[in-house]
Design a protein around this ligand. Structure first.
Ligand SMILES: Cc1cc2nc3c(=O)[nH]c(=O)nc-3n(C[C@H](O)[C@H](O)[C@H](O)COP(=O)(O)O)c2cc1C
Length: 177
């Protein structure tokens, strides 16, 4: 893909994946990009837990009431966490890293979907962050932002339809209703 804008247009959430594994080289390329993510004061509070074990992916797929089942079919889950003691803007730092991984995945021909964990609860009303921390042995001081589900795409989605761009969200000079 030649242009950044094409990459942005092409990236759509993938929720159906092929059973193939992602090669270690591609995983390294994903993480190479993630580790270049900007962060406030270059504090780099983010860390990433890479999960490819099918049993663990199944457990993680149950971490929310809605919208996490797709993790079970993914080849790789990247759990995006950040040390809350390192940054008061860890959510922003971790979100940027997560999106960079998603764009890098698209540029490598992989599909991805963001599964929100922070501020979510599991079917038994347990805090999803706590559940994921317990499953993966993540220390208490880490916030769990999301799990990125990744794999080879088993569904093809149309690129973003630019006729739906919400230009009305722009306010030139000052806010206009
Ligand atoms: C902060 C955030 C949380 C999201 N959480 C979920 C989720 O828990 N489960 C899911 O299937 N998709 C989730 N998504 C994906 C959105 O549903 C998706 O990006 C949106 O519908 C637009 O579709 P597109 O990604 O195909 O352009 C999330 C996306 C963002 C940015």
């Amino acid at each position: 893909m030649d242009n950044f804008i094409d990459l942005v247009r092409q990236r759509r959430s993938t929720r159906k994946f092929m059973e193939t594994t992602i090669s270690p080289d591609l995983v390294a390329e994903l993480m190479r990009a993630a580790l270049m993510s900007p962060s406030s004061k270059r504090s780099n509070p983010w860390e990433f837990v890479l999960v490819d074990d099918a049993e663990m992916l199944k457990k993680l797929s149950l971490s929310k009431k809605h919208g996490s089942a797709l993790i079970e079919g993914a080849s790789l889950g990247i759990v995006v966490i950040a040390d809350k003691t390192q940054s008061d803007v860890w959510v922003e730092d971790a979100s940027i890293a997560a999106l960079i991984i998603q764009l890098q995945a698209e540029s490598l021909g992989l599909g991805s979907c963001w599964v929100q964990i922070r501020n979510r609860r599991d079917p038994e009303d347990k805090d999803s962050e706590k559940l994921v921390r317990e499953l993966l042995g993540i220390p208490e001081q880490y916030g769990v932002l999301c799990i990125l589900a990744l794999g080879m795409k088993a569904e093809q989605k149309k690129p973003f339809d630019e006729s739906k761009l919400q230009w009305e969200k722009l306010h030139l000079g000052h806010y206009k209703k």
